[in-house]
Design a protein around this ligand. Structure first.
Ligand SMILES: [Cu+2]
Length: 118
């Protein structure tokens, strides 16, 4: 009887600790994402600046059009796509996967840029 009780305790305790640990993990991750940085790409004189932007995972990148004509921001791999941005309009995208993301303006395909997510 005594041995059986000990055996159950020995099995249940690690299981309960594991549940507590696994339950706690997503909360920590959510808080980490909320404190992530943001970055900015300026669209000016038919250029994306900086042309290559390097950010950490979870960063929200905002493109702002400073030109007098509309531009958009279109991912080469279909990851994100903005509508046409008029002067001073913004488009934001949060990068949740690591990698290199090339993009362009589909109104002026020679306008290209890249976001590197580490
Ligand atoms: Cu453009």
């Amino acid at each position: 009887m005594m041995r059986k009780k000990l055996w159950i305790t020995g099995l249940l305790m690690p299981a309960m600790i594991a549940i507590v640990l696994f339950r706690g993990a997503p909360i920590v991750r959510a808080q980490a994402q909320q404190s992530q940085a943001s970055a900015e790409v300026k669209i000016d004189n038919f250029n994306f600046g900086p042309g290559t932007l390097t950010v950490s995972l979870g960063t929200t990148v905002t493109w702002i059009n400073h030109d007098d004509i509309p531009h958009n921001v279109v991912s080469s791999d279909g990851v994100f796509k903005s509508r046409a941005l008029d002067t001073d309009e913004k488009f934001s995208y949060t990068f949740t996967k690591a990698g290199s993301f090339s993009y362009f303006c589909s109104l002026h395909p020679k306008m290209t840029g890249k976001v590197v997510v580490q």
